[in-house]
Design a binder for this molecule. Structure first.
Ligand code: NAD
Length: 483
């Protein structure tokens, strides 16, 4: 796949060359082996990439192309991603250690996102607005110029496509800052964009430290918008810089999502859905259903079934199609998850399953951790309030719906929620009462590029995806034409 003895090039204003920063390695989370080496970008590279992006925006003709012409190029990006699907899925597996079945889905999602925003761009309607005098008045949209995409490590190719596709569809140049530990798939997307016909310089990819490279990109005066996905603390920092620059920003941040199981739920379905909601992606997912509320009447039975299900999950080699949970991203991150589980025990929680590293010689070199379920904690405890970003579920019983809704909403986060019930009136009532950017009823973690995604409160600002997702990368302009 990659040759670890060769230094990978990065993409700076259409030039493929070594970054000016230190050499570092992307490590395979399942074994610690070096997957690829590359130089991080340095501040001179940031300057060059952004100046080059501005030049490309002004001179390449991309912004002036008819939306239909840009769409043709972006449809081609989607086709190329699909044509190279298996290779990209394997590369994504090596870069962040997710099981191959998951990385195939991430690649499919990236292709679907480019296809969707190609269509959104060629069908975006502008309007003649009601006039109050002898003129024609119109509302039109313009690209912003250079925009930045800053992404995390948990589902890189999908997150990067989610920002690059609408930014390019809108006519902008985009500078991507991937997470330091997962730089490779953004570079693959940049190559594919170039091959599909996106003009050189319209895409740059600058791997490196967030506090240096991400910060410099965000502060740069030519960067007109930042679309950020990552932790809430970083998001707040970016929002402060944006406020100083009067720059629009969108923030997709952390979560502590409640999953609710009512006593009339289809239990087989709910057990599988809850397990998938928390343990897929090893729980390293902003939308992980990490707080579980179960109707008291079925609490013990349901938790016993969940524990049996969690213990039966296949944890191991991400390359195997049978694997349901791979390793965590880094050894340090696993230690953070372990500290949370220790804290849960100190706070009086009972570990119902997991709570340890799995045994087995084949797992020793990876950052593995067992699917873990705790209970005996109330919703005010830190394990129920803080994002762990790992395979740790806290289960709580509830007695009545009104109190349940109060507890579900009692969080600084409000990203997603799941509801399991056969009562359609209750499903609708609770879906409307729960404060969250996304609510799933009798399903979890389903996504469509056409449905807006984002969070309330500390989970973020703004929405990605959806037909109007392209508008966050455009400025609206009123035009008056005298008659
Ligand atoms: P992070 O905030 O540490 O890093 C995210 C990105 O920001 C990385 O590219 C990083 O290098 C960069 N960055 C760090 N400091 C920066 C700074 N000062 N200025 C500019 N950029 C900076 O997050 P992470 O650990 O990579 O990802 C995990 C977090 O992402 C979790 O909180 C998770 O919930 C969140 N997340 C949210 C969504 C969503 O859509 N809401 C999706 C995935 C992940």
């Amino acid at each position: 796949m990659y040759d670890p003895d060769q230094i990978q090039s990065i993409c700076i204003a259409g030039e493929w060359r070594r970054g000016g920063g230190d050499v570092y390695a992307s490590l395979y989370p399942a074994s610690g082996e070096v997957v690829a080496r590359l130089n991080a970008a340095n501040l001179a590279d940031v300057e060059e990439a952004i100046a080059g992006a501005q030049r490309a925006f002004e001179t390449s003709g991309w912004a002036q192309k008819k939306p239909h012409e840009r769409a043709l190029v972006l449809y081609r990006v989607a086709e190329l991603i699909r044509a190279r699907g298996e290779e990209l899925a394997q590369k994504q597996r090596l870069d962040n250690g997710k099981p191959i079945l998951e990385t195939r889905a991430l690649v499919a999602s990236a292709a679907g996102t480019f296809q969707f925003f190609a269509a959104a761009c060629e069908t975006l309607e502008e309007a003649i607005t009601p006039a109050r005098g002898d003129y024609l008045s119109m509302s039109v949209y313009e690209p912003m110029g250079v925009v930045a995409a800053i992404t995390p490590w948990n589902s890189p190719i999908a997150s990067e496509a989610q920002k690059m596709a609408p930014a390019l569809a809108a006519g902008n140049a985009v500078v991507v800052k991937p997470a330091e530990v997962t730089p490779l798939l953004a570079l693959e997307l940049a190559r594919i964009c170039e091959e599909a016909g996106v003009p050189r310089g319209m895409v740059s990819v600058l791997p490196g430290k967030g506090s240096v490279i991400g910060d410099a990109i965000t502060r740069h005066p030519l960067v007109r918008r930042v679309s950020f996905t990552g932790g809430t603390t970083t998001g707040r920092h970016i929002a402060h810089i944006a406020a100083d620059k009067c720059m629009p920003v969108s923030l997709e941040l952390g979560g502590k999502s409640p999953t609710i199981v009512f006593d009339d739920a289809d239990l087989d379905h709910a057990v599988n859905g809850v397990l998938y909601g928390i343990f897929s992606s090893s729980g390293e997912s902003c939308i992980a259903g990490s707080r579980l509320f179960v109707a008291r009447a079925l609490y013990e039975d349901f938790v016993a079934r969940l524990v049996a299900g969690a213990e039966a999950l296949t944890v191991g080699d991400p390359a195997s199609e049978r694997t349901q949970m791979g390793p965590l991203i880094t050894a340090q991150h696993r230690e953070s998850v372990e500290r949370y589980v220790a804290l849960g025990r100190e706070e009086g929680g009972r570990v119902r399953c997991g709570g340890a590293r799995p045994q087995g010689a084949h797992l020793e070199r990876g950052n593995y951790y067992l699917p873990t379920i705790l209970d005996g904690l109330d919703n005010r405890k830190r394990l129920c309030r803080e994002e762990i970003f790992g395979p740790v579920l806290v289960a709580l019983p509830f007695d009545d719906e009104a109190d349940l809704v109060v507890q579900a909403n009692d969080s600084v986060y409000a990203l997603a929620a799941g509801i399991w019930t056969r009562d359609y009136q209750r499903a609708w009532r609770v879906a409307r009462a729960v404060q969250a950017g996304t609510v799933w009823i009798n399903t979890y973690k389903q996504f469509s590029a056409s449905t807006p995604f984002g969070g309330w409160r500390d989970s973020g600002l703004g929405r990605e995806k959806g037909r109007l997702g392209i508008l966050q990368y455009m400025e609206q302009k009123g035009v008056y034409w005298g008659m």
